[in-house]
Design a binder for this molecule. Structure first.
Ligand code: V0D
Length: 255
């Protein structure tokens, strides 16, 4: 225990085995896990096989992020647009949380991971909502990394919901229009308990935000790769984090 305690007081920047600086990691990393269907197509497999491979990759990425010292990880697992996919594919996706829970929950709890959710989870099938509730319950007291799943999430819908809730406060006489600020508005979003993402990664070559954390990612660094999500290894993650550490962040100012 002693070396660990002393390590806290070291002045020298801590270099992780991967050549990353522990001091300059994104506090919040967000990932658009794209390319699972394409990965399967390329192998002549059905799309669901790609989703399953994507889930296996996600297990490892959560471990890697925890070991590297990422404090908060948000994963775009299902968007409000994904309902337009064939019914059998949606049905398959909605069973992944149960499989993930069955195989991963003990390790997540051991790691001290706290799982959270953003998005309209009330519209998910009841069996999926049950897993959401069980996962929240099992990790409720965890004090480690936050893993935040975006399920049935849309950034514009979230902003509209926040605007409505503020309008209701005004209508009830508890606030006035002049009270609204960026800080106050941020408190009305589903991410109110999280820092803004510092880095957004999107796999599979698409160069868009696709309605993911559009308010919160206003000053995020963006990192895109052609690598398909099931092929996203620890080395690719480290490459993204190295790239992040080489960037000058200005948050709209100059400095
Ligand atoms: C498919 C690649 C884990 C991207 C990852 C319902 C798309 C695998 C979960 C999960 C999905 C959700 C909730 C929970 C635990 C795990 C998940 C969906 C899709 C959509 F409590 N992977 N995963 N959920 N994919």
């Amino acid at each position: 225990m002693v070396p660990k305690l002393l390590a806290r007081f070291r002045k020298k920047p801590r270099e992780l085995a991967s050549g990353l600086l522990a001091e300059n990691l994104p506090a919040h990393l967000a990932i658009i896990m794209d390319g699972n269907g394409r990965w399967a197509n390329r192998r002549g497999l059905p799309r669901f096989a790609g989703h399953h491979a994507g889930m296996k990759r996600l297990r490892q990425v959560i471990r890697d992020c925890d070991e590297l010292g990422i404090r908060c990880l948000t994963l775009y697992a299902f968007s409000t647009e994904n309902w337009k996919r064939p019914a059998d594919e949606v049905e398959y996706l909605m069973r992944l949380p149960a499989e993930f829970f069955a195989t991963e929950i003990d390790e997540l709890v051991d790691r001290g991971v706290r799982v959270r959710f953003i998005g309209d989870t009330a519209k998910l099938p009841p069996h999926t909502q049950e897993i959401v509730a069980k996962t929240l319950e099992r990790t409720r007291n965890s004090q480690g990394m936050i893993v935040n799943f975006a399920l049935n999430y849309g950034g514009r819908a979230e902003i509209i919901a926040a605007a409505k809730s503020f309008a209701l406060e005004v209508a009830a006489g508890r606030a006035s229009a002049e009270d609204l600020s960026e800080e106050r508005f941020s408190e009305l979003l589903s991410t109110c308990h999280l820092p803004d993402p510092d880095l957004v990664i999107r796999t599979s070559g698409e160069l868009r935000m696709s309605n993911f954390l559009i308010w919160q990612a206003a000053y995020a660094e963006l990192w895109f790769t052609d690598v398909l999500w099931p092929d996203f290894t620890r080395d690719v993650l480290i490459q993204a984090l190295r790239d992040f550490q080489g960037r000058k962040r200005r948050f709209g100012g100059l400095k």
